[in-house]
Design a protein around this ligand. Structure first.
Ligand code: HGY
Ligand code: MN
Ligand code: MN
Length: 412
């Protein structure tokens, strides 16, 4: 008789991921923003698969899709398994999605083999982790953690639509957002399986690894204001060129980041106004993203970067303003969960490679109300947030079967 772990259906995982990837506004890669037609279609597919897996399904007040598989002690605290269903722009197929589909696969394997652990299991497809649409990350998981603030509902997308308006458009009442919060006493913990989005597992020739902690993040928006003018008539020394000033800032950001171990800094978005080839740029708006597993390092680098940018702008006669979008301290994973995942890997004669996640995850928010654990799955070249993001069916199946063993260890 095949061991239970061998009855995980890797092909079913791969096929469902392909199907979800079609819910996209772009041909190139996957672009699926929250509270849109595409995300609603994806939610419908996920809800159907959850039902097929023997779960009851509900949509919570923030449009998180939640499947529940009862244990044989219904009032026992539930184990949550989740990740996000939204994407960045022209993303890959696996970021976030794999964690939800693998969670469904774990429950479906239990259901199809008539196994009911003691604790109930819930699989959650979070509505908006990336923050691509409203520039506020972890919306669904912060709601569940009881961390969402009234002002988050007023965050606007590029078309000026607020989160509250977008929620209403799909039949949700934004006034109920607090009802999504879960009572920590009803939770056993939270597990998230995710592609590594980095090169370590591939370099170590391992299909899966265990996450030791998630890097802290500081995300800012900035404006650099100079003086627009005629590109043909204003002598260069007399200009207040916002784009040249920003370019010097970006060089300084890279120079400072290179001086720290375990720190990354990125200017990922830049808009130039008025944006005509024969007009000196008068205004540049952009984003700054700084991360480190060490909070002191991140904050020290952030302060140096803000100071340096300020002095560059002063010297150039530019006005510069940074506003915080989000700040999250580094989050350690629970030692109990690290131990559970490591022992499952070692029982399979796999190395239990411990990795710090430079990428943020919904687990960061859920850590506020329950213990968290994360399993990483190898991805090709460590590439992510890119259409060529790729994980093999075999590795995804291995990830789901490791998740299954960890779930059984924690819930039986
Ligand atoms: O940006 C991140 O780290 C994640 O992909 N949201
Ligand atoms: Mn991502
Ligand atoms: Mn992700």
């Amino acid at each position: 008789m095949q061991a239970l772990r061998q009855r995980v259906k890797a092909d079913r995982i791969a096929q469902r991921i392909e199907e979800l990837a079609k819910c996209s506004t772009t041909e190139r890669g996957v672009t699926r923003l929250s509270f849109t037609k595409e995300s609603e279609t994806a939610n419908g597919l996920v809800a159907g698969w959850m039902r097929e897996a023997g779960m009851s399904v509900r949509r919570d007040e923030l449009n998180n899709i939640i499947g529940r598989y009862e244990g044989n002690q219904p009032d026992a605290p539930a184990l949550l398994i989740g990740s996000h269903l939204d994407s960045v722009i022209e993303a890959g197929k696996y970021d976030g999605i794999l964690g939800v589909i693998a969670g469904i696969e774990v429950v479906q394997t239990l259901f199809e083999n008539g196994i009911r652990p003691k604790h109930p299991i819930e699989v959650i497809g979070f509505c908006d982790e990336e923050g691509t649409r409203f520039h506020t990350t972890l919306l669904g998981s912060r709601a569940i953690a009881g961390d969402l603030q009234e002002e988050d509902l007023q965050a606007k997308d590029a078309a000026g639509i607020t989160l509250a308006e977008a929620m209403k458009e799909i039949g949700l009442d934004p006034a109920n957002y607090r009802l999504a919060a879960r009572d920590p006493k009803t939770l056993l913990g939270y597990l998230e399986l995710h592609i590594e989005q980095g090169p370590v597992l591939e370099q170590m020739n391992q299909a899966c690894g265990v996450v030791s902690g998630i890097a802290g993040q500081s995300r800012y928006q900035f404006r650099v204001e100079g003086l627009a003018g005629h590109a043909g008539t204003v002598p260069v020394p007399m200009r207040k060129d916002a784009l040249v000033g920003t370019a010097e800032m970006i060089q300084a950001i890279e120079r400072i980041a290179l001086q720290y171990e375990n720190l990354v800094a990125t200017v990922g978005k830049l808009s130039v106004s008025p944006g005509a080839s024969n007009v000196i740029p008068g205004l540049v708006e952009g984003t700054l993203d700084i991360r480190s597993i060490n909070n002191e390092t991140r904050l020290a680098a952030l302060n140096r970067i803000l100071e340096e940018c300020k002095s560059i702008c002063e010297r150039r006669g530019l006005a510069c303003e940074f506003s915080k979008v989000m700040e999250s301290p580094a989050v350690p994973c629970s030692s109990r969960f690290i131990e559970a995942i490591s022992s499952v890997l070692e029982e399979r004669n796999m190395k239990s490679v411990q990795i710090v996640s430079g990428a943020g995850h919904d687990a960061m928010a859920v850590a506020g109300i329950t213990e968290i654990g994360m399993i990483f799955v190898r991805c090709k070249d460590g590439l992510s947030h890119h259409p060529d993001e790729f994980a093999t069916t075999e590795d995804m199946g291995m990830g789901a079967s490791v998740l299954l063993d960890v779930v059984l260890k924690l819930t039986s």
